[in-house]
Design a protein around this ligand. Structure first.
Ligand SMILES: C[S@@+](CC[C@H](N)C(=O)[O-])C[C@H]1O[C@@H](n2cnc3c(N)ncnc32)[C@H](O)[C@@H]1O
Length: 345
């Protein structure tokens, strides 16, 4: 009986795993090794143009009131911070502790979207938006030679509940700020709480309800990083329609630095990294439909998931309608690439 059992077990045992294919291993190594050595190219936004301007609007009394309110971890962070870091922290802590006169002077508004409203950042440090992302946008436009205009209209394309445009609207209240997003709840919340910009619900496929050449600058944080190849191209055509000649579009994408970032943070296996890198080298794009039947917080579109775009693919497709004025791999958190495109006539 025992012998029979042993024989049965032997017969039903799992087959020996196949030995890894040496050619496949070599291929994975060849694709992934350069990325594991890639440096983290996150830009530190210490005291960027937006944070600095907001800080400089605070009076000495405002700063003193913020410092007097600090406690626990905010106190520790402040005490450890350099002068440049305090420039960033002071307006943020003014919102954390609701120091009204400081908020009035900066133009920031303390309001947090509730849990059921889409937001990319939560918690006290995001109560007034994210000034460092405003720094990134303004710095990238400036480095591209396309700084914010002296007057005109700026579009935050895919603004969610407004974490970036609320800061930029405070920074430059003389410009007209417009945020759009297909997420109706996020737009309703932003419209009600953020007076520095106008917000509209936009469709998941073009066109936008905007006139030709009616936008001076547009930016899109973590939007082209979600588009399929055809959606990415269709929205570039639409942006070319709405941005005026000589105007500019800033966009962020998942590229090779994203793969490097995900490897660095154990968010991707080496096999997946090799597959995505291979797809980028071979096809220029890769797309995964990840949101399922419920969509992304209710926003449903077959062209919306997680997308990777190779820089040369993008450059080849946007020129000559756009000039590539800036390409900064990994500029957003060491992860997403930042492009600034100038709209040619
Ligand atoms: C990753 S979030 C980024 C939000 C915002 N840009 C930020 O950085 O806080 C992506 C946003 O794009 C929106 N979205 C989804 N489909 C879109 C489309 N076709 N066009 C523009 N935005 C879209 C989502 O609703 C969501 O608010």
């Amino acid at each position: 009986m025992r012998q029979l059992l042993r024989r049965n077990r032997a017969e039903t045992a799992a087959p020996e795993p196949a030995l890894p294919d040496p050619l496949q291993l070599a291929r994975v190594d060849a694709l992934v090794a350069p990325l594991t050595d890639r440096e983290d190219r996150a830009v530190q936004h210490r005291g960027g143009p937006v944070s600095t301007a907001l800080y400089e609007r605070m009076s000495a009394e405002d700063v003193a009131a913020v410092v007097a309110a600090l406690e626990g971890s905010t106190r520790v962070n402040w005490d450890r911070a350099s002068e440049a870091e305090r420039v960033i922290l002071a307006p943020i802590f003014a919102a954390v502790y609701d120091i009204t006169s400081a908020l009035d002077h900066t133009g920031l508004v303390r309001a947090e979207p509730p849990e059921h409203v889409h937001a990319m950042a939560r918690g006290p440090l995001a109560h007034a938006g994210e000034p460092v992302l405003g720094d990134l946008v303004v710095r990238a436009f400036e480095e591209a030679g396309c700084g914010l205009p002296s007057d005109g209209r700026v579009l935050d394309f895919g603004c969610s509940s407004g974490r970036v445009v609320r800061v930029l609207g405070a920074y430059r209240p003389d410009l007209e700020w417009l945020g759009c997003d297909p997420n109706a709840d996020a737009i309703a919340w932003a419209s009600e709480h953020l007076p520095m910009a106008r917000f509209v619900v936009s469709p998941t496929v073009p066109p936008l309800e905007l006139g030709d050449g009616s936008i001076d600058r547009a930016y899109a944080i973590s939007i082209w990083s979600h588009f399929s190849r055809s959606a990415a191209l269709a929205w570039l055509v639409e942006m070319h329609r709405v941005v005026k000649p000589g105007g500019a579009l800033l966009l962020t994408t998942h590229g090779l630095d994203t793969v490097a970032y995900q490897l660095r943070h154990d968010l991707m296996t080496r096999d997946s990294a090799a597959e995505t890198t291979g797809a980028l080298l071979r096809d220029g794009t890769q797309f995964f439909s990840i949101f399922g039947d419920d969509g992304d917080w209710g926003v449903k579109d077959p062209g919306w998931g997680t997308g990777y775009l190779a820089a040369d693919w993008l450059a080849a497709h946007v020129t000559p309608d756009w000039a590539v004025r800036l390409f900064r791999p990994g500029m957003l958190d060491g992860n997403q690439d930042v492009f600034v495109l100038e709209r040619r006539p």
